[in-house]
Design a protein. Structure first.
Length: 391
């Protein structure tokens, strides 16, 4: 096993109608003025924003609003949010939405409390020293940003997508009412399930040491996501499935499923970040499109993990270790297809040119400082080969 620190300070308020408590939760933060941050008009049309605004007004909490967050949230809106918060003297941000809204809120929080350009943190030029406190009303089970230390932002110029992690941005509270996800399109639900699954896979497929308890928790989470992802495909209104998936999303990315493991892999996320930076694809779909190619490429270098995964998660029993491992990969891709996800870049709807594939590998290499991974440490030539396999 390996030494670790596990830090999860976010207060979770989980269950039906919990969004009605948001006014009191913010009141507990003793803030003067709140930025209510959200995405498109669906939050307004659904009545959720009206409910939240009424709750804030009932507690005498002053607020300003900023909508317009899109998938793969943009730096340009972050800059707008920073300027608005400074102008209005905002000292708390309430993110109403999914991972994109929460990530945008975190970036705004960094930008308000630190001098200079907030992009410097995502571009690895310096580290943040503070962040505005953040609360969340979660409407999409996917990114896990409601309990994580990470955020991902896309720079408009050049489509450069980068992540930054710091405990400073962990939300003070996360209101999780799974009923709010009932109206999500099937594709968005499937993308969310894929992202949740991948957050634990990235911690599970590593070299250098593991803990049995952590592995067992991770395997149970992955089995749960796969089970209820299929349930939601056939029955989107299944309340039990919505609750299971939302809780899995938070636990998958708050650090729990990586405790004691020797380093996170997160290469698949790196591949996807460049794809969505260049082509603006849905994050979960992009992950599914490249995972199988990555898995086959690194399998021999991490065979014991793929073997264990195939047996304990995918219920493969027959064959030598390599055959079992490959069968586990194939069954995972079959699950992706069953919930409507792609398993290669062509199925993602893209036909990148050879020059674009080279550019993807180049950008990935730059973003990670030349190497990435724990299941197998990938160099630029490996990144290029995996992109080519995924075509």
């Amino acid at each position: 096993m390996n030494s670790f620190q596990y830090y999860t300070p976010t207060k979770v308020v989980f269950g039906s109608d919990t969004h009605l408590q948001v006014g009191k939760l913010i009141k507990e933060q003793n803030c003067r003025k709140v930025l209510l941050h959200f995405g498109g008009q669906s939050a307004r049309r659904s009545g959720l924003l009206d409910i939240i605004e009424t709750a804030l007004q009932a507690e005498g909490i002053d607020y300003v609003t900023l909508g317009g967050v899109v998938p793969n949230p943009r730096l340009s809106l972050v800059h707008q949010g920073i300027a608005l918060c400074k102008q209005e003297q905002v000292d708390f941000i309430l993110a109403v939405g999914g991972g994109s809204v929460i990530d945008s809120a975190k970036a705004i929080g960094y930008g308000v409390t630190n001098d200079g350009d907030v992009w410097d943190f995502y571009d690895r030029k310096r580290h943040a020293t503070a962040c505005l406190p953040i609360g969340v009303v979660l409407t999409i089970a996917a990114a896990g940003s409601e309990m994580s230390d990470s955020s991902v932002i896309t720079k408009d110029e050049g489509g450069i997508k980068r992540g930054y992690s710091s405990n400073l941005c962990r939300p003070k509270f996360a209101v999780m009412n799974p009923d709010l996800t009932m109206t999500l399109p099937d594709y968005q639900t499937a993308c969310g399930c894929t992202d949740i699954l991948m957050h634990t896979m990235e911690r599970y497929f590593t070299n250098g040491g593991h803990m049995e308890l952590t592995d067992t928790l991770a395997e149970g989470l992955m089995r749960t996501v796969m089970k209820y992802g299929l349930v939601l495909k056939d029955d989107p209104q299944n309340k039990q499935a919505r609750h299971e998936i939302m809780w899995a999303g938070s636990l998958s990315h708050n650090g729990l499923t990586g405790c004691g493991n020797a380093g996170n892999d997160f290469a698949t996320h790196g591949f996807e970040h460049e794809l969505s930076g260049m082509f603006d694809v849905a994050h979960g779909a992009g992950l599914a499109a490249v995972w199988g190619s990555w898995a086959r490429y690194v399998c021999d270098n991490c065979l014991d993990r793929f073997y264990r995964y195939a047996i304990n998660v995918m219920n493969v029993t027959d064959g030598d270790p390599k055959a079992v491992a490959l069968a586990g990969i194939e069954k995972t891709e079959a699950w992706f297809r069953a919930i409507g996800m792609p398993t290669n870049i062509k199925e993602l709807g893209l036909s990148p040119t050879p020059a674009q594939v080279e550019e993807l590998a180049e950008k990935f290499s730059i973003a990670c400082g030349g190497k990435k991974g724990s299941a197998m440490v990938l160099q630029k030539n490996d990144m290029l080969a995996i992109y080519q396999m995924a075509l």
